[in-house]
Design a protein around this ligand. Structure first.
Ligand code: NAD
Length: 388
């Protein structure tokens, strides 16, 4: 495992300057849990202590690890809307950020950590969940550190940059008897939940074809970790294509059995000398359905389409934080856009309080990384790669 490789502040080139607009997430799709069940009432649980809020509702404390773009613009604001958890702590290597966050969110001094002191969270009853929001290549090291504090863990997608790392993360959480969930926010989004129903319940008959595309034009600093093979694990496939893989799997409720793939031409070698610029792939499923997918850092796309025997559906845009639009061969879906991250984190808090497994567990993250690696192998070799 790439443990200890990326000490914070160690390497200026790798230090964060660029960001991305990483879009949606999703996963398994097998269990058709309803939004209502995600919002279900909390059974007050045993040994946990809860912090009171002004409303009198008890909430679990979440500490965000890594205060980059996603934590700043999505997760921290979402934690102001959550009903079952709240932002209680932070872990950052940047003292100036620590001060700003402390002021903005009223975080108590005793709940502020850096990467060297993070293991002391084990003694902090204000923190129940540690949320890893670091570059992909650091997820394994910090998820394992988090598990060893005895706190439950959410890790951002993609779970890690190798299957072996994913397995070690799962093992660490099991060893420490803590739950592990992946930041697959689209599992909690109404349009995507509708796609799961349409596909898995065969409401238009068996699904024959899926098309999925998730791309944006990368215009950030070329020194961004997202272009660094070690830190990102790969290019747009790891960052965005993972949503296409997930979308296809939860449309069908099946996992792919084989993939073919090819890298597209690199037209911006100044950016894409380590990771791919664009990739296309096709996944084959056990019942004969196929999914044609693409992902690029040099294009613009956000679409999930399914065609079944007696009808079709399409989400477009499909993978963003909001503004998702859906229609079927019968007309518009007319579903609400919601705060996906708030629902995702509340659902995990509910799992902890009710001692249930996350619907987006570490095993799902591992499954997806295995598929991503098979897609890369197919693109590299030009061969069809079997999965499973
Ligand atoms: P970012 O570049 O904005 O932030 C990364 C954070 O990691 C920064 O706070 C940075 O200081 C810190 N960091 C620590 N060590 C670093 C190092 N060696 N190099 C670079 N940064 C280092 O990235 P982000 O967009 O916030 O993404 C973070 C994670 O969240 C990624 O895994 C990404 O895939 C995931 N993400 C998920 C979604 C989603 O929709 N679920 C959206 C965006 C990002």
């Amino acid at each position: 495992m790439k443990m200890q490789k990326y000490h914070i502040d160690q390497n200026r080139r790798k230090f964060l300057k660029g960001f991305s607009f990483a879009l949606g997430a999703t996963a398994f799709g097998m269990p058709l849990l309803s939004l209502a069940s995600d919002q279900a009432g909390i059974t007050r649980n045993k040994s946990k202590r809860y912090d009171s809020t002004s409303s009198g509702v008890k909430k679990l404390g979440v500490a965000l690890v890594g205060l980059g773009r996603y934590s700043t613009n999505q997760l921290a604001p979402a934690l102001q809307e959550t009903e079952k958890c709240y932002l209680s702590g932070i872990v950052t290597g940047t003292p100036s950020k620590a001060g700003l966050w402390q002021k903005k969110y009223g975080i108590s001094e005793k709940n502020m950590y850096n990467y060297q002191t993070m293991d002391q969270i084990r003694d902090n009853p204000d923190i129940d969940i540690i949320y890893i929001v670091l570059p992909n290549g650091m997820h394994a090291e910090y998820t394992i550190k988090a598990a060893e504090t005895g706190k439950h863990v959410i890790c951002e997608k993609p779970m890690a940059t190798s299957v072996k790392d994913c397995q070690q993360m799962i093992d660490a959480c099991n060893r420490n008897h803590v739950k592990l969930s992946i930041g697959y926010r689209l599992h909690f989004e109404p349009h995507h939940q509708r796609v799961m129903e349409l596909g898995q319940q065969e409401l238009y008959g068996p699904v024959k074809k899926i098309e999925a595309a998730d791309s944006f034009v990368f215009q950030r600093d070329p020194s961004s970790w997202r272009l660094d093979k070690e830190l990102a694990g790969g290019g747009p496939l790891m960052d965005l294509g993972i949503y296409c893989v997930q979308g296809a799997i939860y449309t069908l409720g099946q996992e792919p059995i084989a993939v073919t793939a090819n890298f597209d031409e690199v037209t911006r070698p100044d950016y894409f000398d380590e990771v791919e610029q664009s990739i296309k792939w096709q996944m084959e499923f056990p019942d004969g359905a196929v999914a044609d997918c693409s992902s690029s850092y040099n294009d613009s796309a956000s679409r999930l389409y399914g065609k079944a025997e007696r009808g079709w559906w399409e989400l477009q845009p499909s993978f963003g934080y909001g503004g998702i639009r859906g229609r079927t061969s019968d007309g518009p879906m007319n579903l609400p856009n919601v705060n996906q991250q708030a629902r995702q984190m509340d659902a995990f808090a509910t799992c902890i309080l009710e001692d249930k497994q996350s619907r987006v567990p570490g095993e799902m993250g591992l499954r997806d990384v295995r598929i991503l690696m098979a897609i890369y192998e197919a693109a590299r070799t030009g061969n069809k790669v079997k999965i499973g």
